[in-house]
Each structure stands twice: as C-alpha cells, then as structure tokens.
Design a protein around this ligand. Structure first.
Ligand SMILES: [Zn+2]
Length: 290
C-alpha cells in the first residue's frame, strides 16, 4: 500500500542492474522491512511471484526466515554488535546454493556501534560477487557517514495515518465502513447537519477515540481512491459505487479534504477535546464546500 520506491528494484534485479548496497530511509521501519521482504521474494521466487506466493520453497523459507542466503540483522538490546557482522561475513563467505545471490538486511542501521560499522566497512570495501546489502534506517543523519557514502540511498515513505488494512478489499469488511460512508454523506450532501451528526452518532455510538480515528482513516482511504480515479491512476474506487456522487468533486477540492482529514488525525493524538475537534473539522471542511 505504500508509495514504494522499492518496486523498481525488482526490474533492476532481473536486468542485472542492481547496486551492491542500498540504504533505505523510511518513516516506518516495520512496514519497510515487510515490503522489502516481498521485493526479495520477487527476486528469488521460482514461480513468477504473485502476491503472497505459497507455492515455492524459496518464498516459504523467506517467510519463516530460514533461507540461508537471506539474513536479517537486528539490534540486540539497543545496538548492532560487531559479532553479528562477523557472523554474517562468515555465513556469506561461500556462494549461495538455492538462490543466485546472498542478501542481507541491516535493520535500524543507525544502531551500529563504531566497531560493528568498522567491520561492516571492510565487508563493503571488498564487495564480493553475489552479495547484495540493504540498510534500513529511520534517520539518515544518524547513520555513520562512511557507511552512508557507500550506499545508494532510497527513500521509502509511508502515509503516517495509513490504516492497518492491506487493501481496499479488506476495508470492505471493516465494521466502521458503514459509519464512515454515512459521515461522508452528511459532509458532502446534507452538509448542514454534520455538527449534529458529530454528537448523535460519532460521539454517541463511538465513545473510543480509537474508533473515531478508524472512521477518519477509512475516509482518507476512500478519498485517496477517489483522487486516483480522478487522476486516471490505478484505483479501486468502483468498490464504493454508492459513493459515486463524490465524482463531481474536483482534484483541488479532494486534495484539500485529504489535508484536513490528516490534520484531524494529527490533532486527535494530542489530548484535545474530541467534540471541539470534530466541530472544528466540520467547519473547516464546510468552508470549502460552500
Ligand atoms: Zn515463490
């Protein structure tokens, strides 16, 4: 679901144009790790990888972190230690058996100690064939410069308010979808009653802040799909056919609304009064609707 810079790596890999080592800067390390695993499966899959290949041994081994030619190094305690890098070097001193290349991932690269970075540098300076490395960090500035300078840097950004659903299809079964759609109708069609709705439905039925957050996350997904449709990009807006009335909105207007929705989600995480926040949201939104 991320706007991913990673996808192009699959093409590079199959065209033998992949670099020896990449540094991925991301605002969500876990999401990035998951997406990178999918990319590596696409490198190695024996059966034209489709989403979540269950057929081939390689993908299964990667899923279980058992593929000998794929190693993930994570901080032990709070640091990545020299011994971990030495062990990696040892593991990758011979050519891989089941795959064309050995691939390692250093998760939280900013947590390498000076001595593990030194060991790593020697590893990087004598680049052996058939070894590809990925460093992942949430802050480029904290990665030791001598490591950074040897890497190709890629940014992997995630929408910070992304809902925990893999796809629009998952969303269709979400318990909050109906309320989200009702709310959109109030905001876009009935307009005048939205503030009432804040009290009678949102605050009345959903006492939990978390539930209200989910409603707003769902609405953002819907508007993003709408935006993609308006821009003729790949989208699944047809899954929300009962919201076709939104198609009359122009791109500017949709972008504005996505911004206001994101602002709301920023604010809801601070401890402001929820009722006031919802009213502020409706007022800001309706300014644009007049
Ligand atoms: Zn596979």
């Amino acid at each position: 679901m991320a706007v991913s810079n990673l996808d192009k790596l699959v093409k590079y890999y199959h065209e033998n144009k992949i670099a020896h080592v990449y540094l991925l800067e991301t605002n969500n390390i876990d999401n990035c790790m998951e997406d990178l695993k999918k990319i590596i499966k696409k490198f190695f899959c024996q059966t034209n990888y489709k989403d979540d290949c269950q057929e081939c041994n390689i993908c299964n081994l990667i899923n279980q972190n058992y593929l000998p030619s794929f190693k993930i190094i994570e901080p032990l305690g709070n640091t990545i230690k020299k011994e971990q890098i030495l062990e990696l070097k040892k593991n990758f001193s011979s050519l891989p058996i089941y795959t064309k290349d050995n691939i390692y991932v250093i998760k939280n690269a900013e947590k390498m100690t000076a001595s593990s970075a030194n060991t790593m540098l020697k590893f990087l300076e004598e680049p052996e064939e058939h070894i590809i490395g990925f460093f992942i960090t949430n802050n480029l500035n904290n990665v030791i410069p001598t490591i950074k300078s040897r890497c190709e840097i890629l940014k992997v950004k995630y929408n910070k308010h992304e809902l925990d659903v893999d796809s629009v299809d998952d969303l269709l079964n979400n318990e909050f979808l109906k309320i989200a759609k009702e709310y959109i109708y109030k905001l876009e069609v009935e307009k005048k009653d939205s503030i009432m709705y804040n009290r009678s439905v949102l605050l009345n039925k959903l006492s939990e802040r978390e539930s209200i957050k989910k409603i707003f996350q769902i609405i953002i997904i819907i508007y993003n799909e709408l935006l993609n449709k308006k821009l003729n990009l790949v989208n699944k807006f047809e899954k929300f056919s009962d919201l076709d009335y939104l198609l009359k909105l122009d791109v500017q207007n949709i972008l504005f609304k996505i911004k206001i929705l994101n602002n709301f989600l920023d604010d809801i995480n601070s401890n402001v009064n929820l009722e006031l926040l919802l009213d502020k949201f409706v007022i800001e939104l309706s300014d644009k609707n007049e």
